[in-house]
Structures are given as structure tokens and as C-alpha cells.
Design a protein around this ligand. Structure first.
Ligand code: DP6
Length: 327
């Protein structure tokens, strides 16, 4: 095998990852919990060949920027070292969701690349090994190897072999929906890697944030297993706000929110107070991700679409694990 294609879905953290215990191996300081999103996916083909003098990357049909090519090439070096090969590769990767909206694509991207790249290189990795590999590309990508509801372990070994994700429940367990309220176009200004490094180095609230994570992980797993929406709402909003509070307190403050982001936080709370079961979460950008159960999704979507300034909404249900696609 020298060529393989894989698809992986993006995911949204319900208990956030924000901070690293090792930058070189990209080890998270704490674990996290997420839902994999059906529909928001990346498809990646990797083909190793003797005719290439360096890796070639196309993203969404276009030749990629050099910085992106180098990041991907560095990741393929890990695969080459493990497989004992020296060939370079042609990589084609496309997202089926609007990249221009600045929605995270590194999770689905590195999960698909880990699976396609390792398979094309002749490796037959277990899901745990794939998760460990994907983590080297991006922490959140380790979770996108699995479908449904997923837990990431921070681990404590120096080699990072205990920092992997594993499933909590499969996608069919709970008809939870995520409606993304897209609030801006264009890529975000401060990427998550830089944002979390600045928080770790300078925020007086970084330690306090870390102290919230393990209890939140246990609570959220309990709520997911029991399909306890109210409890999950409470934990997910607390984790999101604690993460952003630590980031905002950094020097310089890492502030991802726009006015509309705050407007939507209040709006989601008003909807909940009026009897519609919803909660929000926000990542390293201005968009607001609103969770509800399947029976409420059309009402939630309509409310968000009508909200002044919301550009678009993207709705997803729990998705499956990363998979190879037969050619
Ligand atoms: C706010 O996985 O993008 O979305 O490991 O540096 O690539 P790197 O970071 P990344 O960070 C995700 C941060 C977050 C929360 C989360 O997804 O857990």
C-alpha cells in the first residue's frame, strides 16, 4: 500500500483542553471530553512516491501555503520514521464545511491525515495508536479518531503513550445536536496553540482553570451516560467560561469573543429560561456552538438564524469514527 484515503469528522469539546504539559510531544495538561460531529468532515488522500523531492500539499484543491505544507510534512516525518520509509508524499485534503468561517479544521484534518498517512505507509495502527499519532498534529485531533462521545486522557508518562482518547458512548447513544452560529468570516487571529501557550505563561488564573478540569470530566461523563441534559449544560458552560476566563486574564489578554458572541450567550440563557433546553460552548474563535436534543433542533436553528448578525448556522449530530475510504 502506498496510497490511502481517509475521512474524519470534527469534534466540539464539552470539557475543554486548554494548556500543554509538554510542547514537543503536544501533551495536554489535562484531559477533555467531546462530541464528534457528523457532516463536518475532512477527506484526505496520501500517496507516497519515489518521484518526489519533497511533500506536496493541496488543501481544498489549491496548493497550500508553505507554513501549512511544513506543518503537514513534519507530521509525515513521524509516520516515515515509524514505518522506516523515506519517500515523500502527495497529500490532498478537503473539508466539506466552510473553512472561510474560521471553524476548526485541525481536529478532523490531523485525524484523517493520521489514518490515511499511516495506512499509505504500510502501518496497521490500532485506534489508540492512531489517537496518539493524531495528537502530535493537534490535541483535539486525538479525539476525532473516535465517534460519538469521547474522552481524552492527559496521561502522565514522559513519552506520551498514555495521552490518548477513547470512546465514552457511541453516536447512537444520545440524539444531541450542535448548531454552530457562525458570527464572522475569515481565519481567527490568535490560533489555539498560541492562545493556550500565552495563557499558560502569563495568566494568573491558569492554575485555577486546570483545577476545574478533572471534576468537570467526571461530571460530564456521568451526565452523558445518563443522558442528563441539564447536568451536561451546567458542566459544559462552566468549563467553557472557566477556560475563557483564564485566557482573558493572560498578558496580553487572549479574547476570542466579539460583541455578538456575548449577545448569543445571553440569548441562549434567555431561551433556556423560557423553557427551551439549550446550552452554549465557545472555542478559540467568535462562533457560538449551541447544543440541544433532536426534538428542539428546528426551533433552536430558527432562533439562531433570526439573531441579528448571525451569518449562517451549521447543524451536526453525533458522528462516527475516522475511517478509510475504498477507492
Ligand atoms: C478551544 O487542538 O487546536 O478548541 O493541540 O495546539 O493544535 P493544538 O490545539 P487545538 O486546541 C483546541 C482548543 C479548544 C478546546 C478543545 O477542543 O478542547
Amino acid at each position: 500500500m502506498t496510497k490511502a484515503t481517509a475521512r474524519a469528522h470534527s469534534n466540539i469539546a464539552l470539557v475543554k483542553y486548554w494548556g500543554k504539559r509538554d510542547i514537543q510531544l503536544n501533551l495536554p495538561a489535562r484531559g477533555s471530553v467531546s462530541m464528534t460531529l457528523e457532516g463536518l468532515s475532512t477527506e484526505t488522500t496520501v500517496e507516497f512516491g519515489d518521484d518526489l523531492s519533497r511533500d506536496e500539499l493541496k488543501l481544498n484543491e489549491e496548493v497550500a501555503h508553505e507554513a501549512d505544507r511544513e506543518r503537514i510534512s513534519g507530521f509525515l516525518d513521524l509516520i516515515r520514521a515509524e514505518a522506516g520509509i523515506e519517500q515523500f508524499a502527495r497529500i490532498q485534503s478537503s473539508n466539506n464545511f466552510p473553512t472561510a468561517a474560521g471553524l476548526a479544521s485541525s481536529a478532523s484534518g490531523f485525524a484523517a491525515l493520521a489514518l490515511a498517512g499511516s495506512t499509505a505507509a504500510g502501518l496497521d495502527l490500532s485506534k489508540r495508536e492512531l489517537s496518539i499519532l493524531a495528537r502530535r498534529g493537534s490535541g483535539s485531533a486525538a479525539r476525532s479518531i473516535f465517534g460519538g462521545f469521547v474522552r481524552m486522557h492527559a496521561g502522565n508518562q514522559n513519552d506520551g503513550l498514555d495521552a490518548y482518547a477513547e470512546p465514552i458512548e457511541v453516536a447512537e447513544h444520545w440524539d444531541l445536536r450542535c448548531v454552530v452560529a457562525v458570527t464572522a468570516r475569515g481565519p481567527k487571529k490568535v490560533g489555539s496553540t498560541l492562545g493556550m501557550n500565552t495563557t499558560e505563561r502569563t495568566s494568573p488564573y491558569y492554575r485555577a482553570w486546570l483545577d476545574t478540569v478533572n471534576p468537570h470530566i467526571e461530571e460530564s461523563i456521568h451526565a452523558i451516560r445518563k443522558r442528563d441534559f441539564e447536568h451536561l449544560a451546567d458542566v459544559a458552560e462552566a468549563s467553557c467560561l472557566a477556560m475563557h476566563a483564564s485566557a482573558i486574564a493572560a498578558r496580553p489578554g487572549v479574547l476570542y469573543w466579539r460583541g455578538i458572541t456575548v449577545g448569543l450567550i445571553h440569548f441562549v440563557r434567555e431561551l433556556r429560561a423560557s423553557g427551551l433546553p439549550v446550552f452554549f460552548t465557545i472555542d478559540a474563535g467568535p462562533h457560538v456552538k449551541v447544543f440541544c436534543e433532536g426534538d428542539a433542533v428546528s426551533e433552536v436553528r430558527k432562533n439562531l438564524q433570526d439573531f441579528d448578525g448571525v451569518i449562517d448556522t451549521i447543524t451536526a449530530k453525533p458522528g462516527g469514527s475516522a475511517e478509510l475510504i475504498e477507492e
